[in-house]
Design a protein. Structure first.
Length: 117
């Protein structure tokens, strides 16, 4: 019903910035919530950030607040994650997710972020 395509990952030095994008296609009118999880090497996938679909307000895990900013486009079919002051511990695979009204979660394919010290 809905597909997600991510882009924007890459390799940077500590202190650098990257911007991730996640674009939804298909039945986007059923989007209820979108956000990002991340999975460091050898660890579980954990929540990173989400955007309240009604208000546009961002919510973050504590370690990212103040450095990362989540936003969406005006058509409400894409979300972005601006990542500043990146640190080596931010290294991992970043996954976009989308929750649909009526239930069900869709995941993007994941994009690798590598931060060198």
């Amino acid at each position: 019903q809905v597909e997600l395509v991510e882009s924007g990952g890459g390799s940077v030095q500590a202190g650098g910035s990257l911007r991730l994008s996640c674009t939804a296609s298909g039945r986007t009118s059923l989007i209820y919530d979108m956000g990002w999880f991340r999975q460091p090497p050898g660890k579980e996938r954990d929540f990173a950030a989400r955007i309240d679909w009604r208000t546009g307000r961002g919510h973050y895990t504590d370690s990212l607040r103040g450095r990362f900013t989540i936003s969406r486009d005006n058509d409400k079919t894409a979300v972005y994650l601006q990542m500043n002051s990146l640190q080596p511990e931010d290294t991992g695979v970043y996954y976009c997710y989308l929750d649909m009204s009526g239930g069900g979660r869709n995941w993007g394919q994941g994009t690798q972020v590598t931060v060198a010290s």
